[in-house]
Each structure stands twice: as C-alpha cells, then as structure tokens.
Ligand binder design. Structure first.
Ligand code: SF4
Length: 93
C-alpha cells in the first residue's frame, strides 16, 4: 500500500489499490487474487514490497495483513524467512 512508502514515492502515481482499497484486505484466509493480479500492473510494486517487508520486520504470519507488493501475508512471511536465511548464509560464508 502506497501509504507505507516514504517521501521519495511520487504521490501522483495512481496505484490500483488507491482505487478500491478494500480489495487489498480480504477476510482472514482470503487470498485476494484480483488485488494480487492488479499489483502486477503497479508502477511501484518493488518499492511497495520492500516497504511492507521493512515495516513488518520479522512479524508472524498472523500479524501481517492485506496484500502489499503483490504478495499475500503468507507469501510475505515466507519471503521474510527466505531473506533471513539467505542473509545468515551470506554471513557464514
Ligand atoms: S504494489 Fe499493490 S499494494 Fe503496492 S502500491 Fe501497488 S497496487 Fe498498491
């Protein structure tokens, strides 16, 4: 979601989630396939995902909400675990 991004984000960018925000917050267990697909057309998808991962840190899946950067809460939780594992491998090398 664009509101998480810092001041470097172009506020004039009309992202899909600004047009119908409720689609990005499905009921628990929902996967929001339409929102995730629309994110793939978003000009700031990479920055959005990085902002979400930074904001959520090492939060558990249950503490992540909504679709950000084209990923569901479960996908972002998996991505965070993968990135942490890769960072640890890099440190150990
Ligand atoms: S990537 Fe998705 S959630 Fe992020 S700003 Fe774009 S439309 Fe919104």
């Amino acid at each position: 979601m664009t509101y998480l991004m810092d001041d470097t984000t172009d506020a004039a960018v009309l992202t899909p989630c600004r047009q119908d925000p409720e689609q990005w917050f499905p009921a628990p267990g929902g996967t929001a396939p339409i929102a995730r697909a629309l994110c793939q057309t978003c000009p700031v998808i990479d920055a959005c995902l990085e902002a979400a991962l930074d904001f959520e840190g090492d939060a558990r899946r249950a503490d992540r909400f909504g679709v950000w950067g084209g990923m569901s809460p479960q996908e972002r939780a998996d991505e965070a675990v993968l990135r942490l594992a890769m960072a640890r491998l890099k440190e150990a090398a």
